[in-house]
Design a binder for this molecule. Sequence first.
Ligand code: Z2T
Length: 835
Amino acid sequence: VEASIPEPQRAAWKKFTPKPFETAEEFNAEAVRHIETTLARSMYNCDEGAAYAGTALAFRDRLVLDWNKTQQAQTFTDQKRVYYLSLEFLMGRALDNAMLNIGKKDVAVKGLSDLGFRMEDIISQEHDAALGNGGLGRLAACFLDSMASLNYPAWGYGLRYRYGIFKQEIIDGYQVEVPDYWLDFNPWEFARHDITVDVQFYGHVSKYQDDDGKNVSVWEGGEIVQACAYDVPIAGYGTSTVNNLRLWGSKAASGEFDFQKFNSGEYESSVADQQRAETISAVLYPNDNLERGKELRLKQQYFWCAASLFDIVRRFKKTQRPWKDFPNQVAIQLNDTHPTMAIPELQRILIDQEGLDWDEAWSIVSKTFGYTNHTVLPEALEKWSVPLFQHLLPRHLQIIYDINLNFLQFVERNFPKERDILNRVSIIEESNPKMVRMAYLAVIGSHKVNGVAELHSDLIKTTIFKDFVKIYGPDKFTNVTNGITPRRWLHQANPRLSELIASKLGGYDFLKDLTLLHKLEAYVDDKDFRKEFQEIKYANKVRLAKYIKDTLGVSVNPSALFDVQVKRIHEYKRQQLNIFGVIHRYLAIKAMSPEEKKKLAPRVSIFGGKAAPGYWMAKTVIHLVNQVGKVVNNDKDVGDLLKVIYLEDYNVSKAEIICPASDISEHISTAGTEASGTSNMKFVINGGLIIGTCDGANIEITREIGENNIFLFGNLAEDVEELRHSHMYGTYTLDPSLAAVFDSIQSGTFGDAGSFSALVNGIVDHGDYYLVSDDFASYCKTQELIDEAYRNQDEWLTKAITSVARMGFFSSDRCIDEYAEMIWNTEPLVPSKDE
Ligand code: Z2T
């Protein structure tokens, strides 16, 4: 309050409130001013990078004015806020998104062209903000977009990694990782040097009795690391709401600690302390669906949770409400188990610092949190060793033991006859060393738990959380099927398609209510519409073909069927099934007569995606795809009929070029392993068809678009367990055409056979855990159906248009409304039109 301008002086202030630009001229005035002053450059050294910076700063100014107002209004009305805690926010580029959300892109296009620049060139200057691995991180980014667009008072909390996900180079067919230092120039963040939180690690716990004879625990000693806030404005589409994404950077705590060392001549060791502290927020762990139990990762998690909770509690305390109001004012969503430390941290704040009793505190805690699970893969479920925990966070370990004790007593009272259940549901796994099971802690500390697609939400109830359904009843568990923001994934990535849709639907309302797309079905037989739709797909393929030519030097025919699989490389996602299918096709082409060849639709198989640096099998798959490409692309017998492309460094901005350019995309995980998948949605909404297994959101996509419009194949989730069992104990015969593929690999067709033996042996000798052989025949058969379907371009087009029209369900706006209604109990705060 002391910081605010006194009433009598406010008129003077208001007179100088900056006016946002409206015209191309006014935009240029701002951009040029920024280039000349903020950047200290002139027209004699204004390259595209400088023009990007000037454009970004001009738009940033507009954003900041609305941001200030939004935050002010949210504080003033003091409604319930949502806090989305995620270790990953895979934002991609911000400029185009900002221009489209604000609605002034046309003005900037005109202005920049007056200065001699083309908008595409300027947009492509921006470095992706790649603070995430894949689906989980991109989902968080789509959710931020939707929460702002729907006017929910919501903040994201994350870590400000100095290095995002590594950049991938393909050298001699192998993945090479290059560090992604992205902060050289980032106009989208604001360092809040005044907003810091001290975070404690290590030390020990002492017990005292206070004056009332109450036991108090005090966490003492250890070391302090400082969290510094960096804020990123998150603009909504077609609204003035601008929410906040707060990212924490780590620094050595300033003050006596440092100072003492400095004065006693330990300058070097104080520099070392500084560097050790900064290490906490230095790098994003590059694993998707894998947890390796590293101490630094636990440090990251606690650092970020402690800083965020302190900040949230500080904001709540300013309202001077009683503690029991906390869950009515604050909803915290845990994006997977990574932020689970927020649960014992809030309990610790309430009992150790605010003096609440355990039960009162726990009732507040367990009403505040919701937990979203994103995987059932056992290797991705987080467990921390108790000794590590004890060392790093001794007080939190005690609190977790107490949470566990209370929980187990509750279970024992309710299930007195069941001996095993206590062992099964205990937060502490009685292994050597003992482990803290974070998913169980998240379930116990939250009021709702959700999966991310119907099948996945059913699976968590029958597998990993089965006992908890029995204990709490089924209502604690729910489903929110994932979605994507149509702003980035349709309007921004595919402006021509968006424009075509708008021309038929009478405007862009569908970008805020995606179910309006259903009206497109009326145009499925409209000649002009069909022609334009088809031309747009072709133009997008031409753009991708040019990109492939420019980056890889390979010419691909834009009339060929573009078959795309881009996602993290993982055995469960089965890129190996795809490349074995490609080899099968190659062998078939080699054996074809000229007549047969004439009937075959030319294909371009496009792969892209990063392997975790330590994931050797995934790297082998990348190598195989590249080796196959080398052979196939240079085989005169094949010509245009088949090309195999590996796109380097797949990321968000590349996805924006790739998704609109596919005819078929592949979503072919072993049934029951892909929790949802979200790129499937991005491809279909851009007029591509998909080949997929009955897994994750594929099932609901089928329900929505109709089974005639999707190519499904393979075994069902319910049969996976038995099939795996039969591999190990039954008689197992390798699919014969897969055997032929393996023969060609082993005879050295694609280079040294030894390089790929682990890949082959995993299937032939080691149980084929991901059921590649079981699904191979069905996969190849379905690929033939696709060849046939593609020959009938008219029918293909009908399928594509119908599918787009039926994708309304998959907007992340729908997800956010469901979370708000079922889990957060929050309402939008619609901004007022006036000042
Ligand atoms: C991730 O991207 C996903 C799940 C994880 O579980 C971790 C990461 Cl980094 C811990 C993905 C799922 O694999 C995918 O099916 C889902 O669509 C996505 O999260 C968003 O829910």
